[in-house]
Write a new protein. Structure first.
Length: 359
């Protein structure tokens, strides 16, 4: 182990700072670009060091005091030490860099990150862990060790109220418990205020685009589908969760004025490649899990929708998928809007508009 002095150059996806020492890259958590730090080199893999920050010798102007007493030990947040304005700017830069480096897109149009309406108390569901030895809370970074947490500052009040009860239940158990304030089952967007802003954005982006026949893959229980029911002549939503699809069939399908909203429980890629519509698909909506949409490209080549609106929670897989869509199907990125769904964490949601080059 060796202690070195270095200057942090930028933040990367995953939340760590990047510096160089002796010509080699060093990744350090909980630092801010522009800072001079003393770091301890911990391990090295393929010329890349992982390090910890021992001391900030010259702090950056956008370093702030993290308000949470668990920050740094709890794996939930990575950026509480960074001003919120700076978090938004770094999310925009990280998306742009991913699209350029991994997506091979020159000068992608990446808009400023849409701020979250709430930056504390925004989270409507959390997963807490009991270690069976009295600790109840969240995991440490990159570990299964539990940090004992009495109150989570990013969770909303209703969730924190449940946490008190969960701490008693899990005190002697090695188990996990999901706590949520939204009374739903399965997946739901974790930041309800930002979800509303995302829906407005989706609506305004989709408004001028052709939307006679809309397909939504990974539709969940229809969070976004609802926006298209009175606009699309034909709407089809697909998700692999039967609970979510049953909910959509029950609550949303009857809202379509001509009874032409259909929801299917299926694997999105398989369904999309098999789909044989009578009229062309104009608009494709995608909101996949973190591993992205690579398997949807074959279906895109078959159906050739005029426009694709892709909601992503991972800029790396987004960039990869955009490259596939560009190289194999002739689509191009019009713009990407980063959306801060997860304040104080490195996670980045975004909405991309992708169009056929010859549309
Ligand atoms: C990010 S969530 C989006 C849900 C929805 N758009 C929303 O806002 O509530 C991803 C969804 O993909 C679904 N999913 C995961 N793997 C799938 C697959 N192979 N085929 C279809 N759906 C899948 C999950 O059930 C989940 O509902």
């Amino acid at each position: 182990m060796q202690d070195v002095t270095c200057v942090v150059e930028k933040l990367v996806y995953g939340g760590k700072g990047l510096a160089h020492w002796n010509g080699e890259a060093v990744f350090i958590p909980f630092v801010v670009p522009g800072e001079t730090i003393r770091a301890r080199l911990l391990s090295k893999r393929q010329k890349i060091w992982e390090a910890e920050c021992l001391e900030v010798l010259e702090p950056a102007a956008d370093r702030v005091q993290a308000p949470c007493p668990y920050f740094g030990r709890c794996g939930g947040c990575q950026w509480q030490h960074l001003s919120y304005e700076s978090q938004l700017q770094w999310k925009q830069k990280i998306v742009a860099e991913s699209l350029m480096r991994l997506g091979k897109i020159e000068n992608p149009k990446v808009l400023p990150t849409l701020a979250s309406p709430k930056i504390w108390g925004w989270r409507s569901r959390i997963l807490v862990h009991g270690d069976g030895q009295g600790l109840v809370g969240f995991y440490e970074p990159d570990s299964r060790k539990v940090v004992d947490v009495e109150r989570c500052r990013i969770a909303d009040d209703a969730v924190n109220a449940q946490l008190a009860g969960a701490r008693k239940t899990l005190a002697t158990q090695k188990a996990d418990l999901e706590l949520r304030s939204d009374a739903r089952q399965g997946f739901s967007q974790v930041n309800p205020g930002q979800n509303e802003q995302l829906k407005k954005l989706l609506q305004s982006l989709a408004g001028p685009l052709a939307h006679e026949h809309v397909v939504e893959l990974f539709c969940g229980d229809g969070n976004f589908s609802r926006l298209f029911l009175d606009r699309a002549r034909i709407f089809v939503g697909v998700d692999s969760s039967s609970v979510a699809i049953q909910h959509a069939i029950r609550t949303l399908a009857p809202l379509h004025p001509r009874n032409l909203a259909h929801f299917f429980c299926d694997d999105a890629a398989q369904w999309w490649s098999r789909y044989q519509p009578q009229t062309p698909v104009d608009l494709l909506l995608l909101d996949p899990p973190r591993d992205g949409c690579a398997k949807m490209v074959e279906g895109v080549m078959k159906h050739r929708p005029k426009n694709i609106l892709y909601i992503s929670c991972n800029p790396a897989t987004l960039a990869r998928d955009l490259k596939f869509l560009k190289d194999f199907a002739g689509y191009s990125l019009v713009q990407t809007q980063p959306i801060d769904m997860f304040p104080h964490s490195y996670h980045i949601e975004s909405l991309s508009w992708i169009s056929k080059e010859t549309a």
